[in-house]
Design a binder for this molecule. Structure first.
Ligand code: ING
Length: 306
């Protein structure tokens, strides 16, 4: 298998609070059709790609919260996505909420997770989001709540890297992209491509001075991470006005040089294909040459508990 192939960010526009899974899956299959027409081998869907971004609300009905989680992957409603991808010979990254059996109530029902599925339809890697942002308990004084640590359990799988797509592929989710430690964990394992889905509001009403900087704060840490670790990044957004909250879009492909080589422009479902060459990572991996130049003896503070 060639190490040069076409990959795509499969951005999704808004998903309504009551939008059924089968409608979302149909939208995703339409994107897979476009990906097949563009000769893609792999597509990256967003974080929590199957539902609206419900952590913006303090929901008290356990049945509604549970309805946003998947009890199995694939499950009855996601099986058609797996079949459509396999029929087209396209692998994918998918973000979704992973239920943990036996949990009840309206909080901590499971993980904010992602999977890597290879072009043969096999799940080759699983990730559970480590850096859960926002408020850990409901706080009605905030203009915009972001209750991930309330709804989700901290990820417990570390930062896995899989041998697939003729390379080394890692995963992250949304807020993880702002944390250099997450990228370094993947870089140290030789990752050549990192897939990332996100749900990022365009505006932070409780931190309004950051509003004009949102696009920079999205791209800059990923451009640095791509360069500092010599890897490709494909990042897929949830975009547009979702239940009154505008999501930032700007899905992108970032090269190991740190350059943004593809950037979405729309607010809806959009395929952003780009031909990548995993061999282009070598120049930057050689340049930094971790084995020669890293100084772990000087980095102890990084892993000391706080
Ligand atoms: N979303 C946000 C992001 O990193 C966040 C997290 C929370 C931003 C609170 C600002 C304030 O863009 C996700 N899904 O991690």
């Amino acid at each position: 298998m060639s190490r040069s192939f076409t990959i795509a960010a499969a951005q999704l526009g808004p998903i309504a609070r009551d939008e059924p899974r089968r409608a979302v899956v149909a939208r995703m299959i339409a994107l897979l059709d476009r990906a097949a027409a563009a000769d893609c081998r792999f597509v990256v869907f967003p974080e929590m790609a199957l539902t609206t971004f419900f952590p913006r609300w303090h929901l008290t009905d356990p049945a509604e919260v549970f309805s946003y989680f998947e009890e199995s992957m694939p499950g009855p409603e996601t099986q058609p996505l797996f079949e459509a991808a396999r029929a087209r010979g396209i692998g994918f990254y998918l973000g979704y909420c992973e239920a943990v059996a036996g949990r009840t109530g309206a909080d901590h029902l499971g993980f904010n997770s992602s999977i890597l599925v290879d072009p043969d339809g096999r799940i080759v890697s699983r990730y559970r989001k480590v850096h859960l942002p926002g408020n850990a308990v409901p706080d009605d004084t905030l203009k915009l709540q972001h209750l991930e640590p309330w709804y989700f359990i901290d990820g417990d799988l570390g930062f896995p890297v899989a041998d697939t797509l003729s390379g080394r592929v890692g995963m992250l989710l949304c807020n993880d992209r702002r944390w250099p430690e997450a990228w370094r964990m993947l870089g140290l394992q030789g990752a050549e491509l990192v897939c990332l889905g996100y749900n990022s509001p365009s505006q932070l009403p409780d931190n309004p001075r950051q509003n004009p900087l949102r696009k920079m704060h999205h791209l800059m840490p990923m451009q640095a991470a791509a360069y500092q670790n010599g890897l490709w990044i494909v990042a897929a957004a949830k975009a547009g006005m979702e239940e009154g909250c505008h999501m930032m879009g700007h899905s992108c492909v970032i090269a190991p040089s740190g350059e943004v080589v593809a950037l979405s422009s729309g607010d809806g479902d959009e395929l952003l294909p780009y031909r990548i060459d995993l061999d282009a990572t070598a120049e930057y991996k050689r340049f930094f040459d971790f084995a020669t130049y890293r100084r772990p003896n000087a980095y102890g503070l990084l892993t000391e508990p706080h």
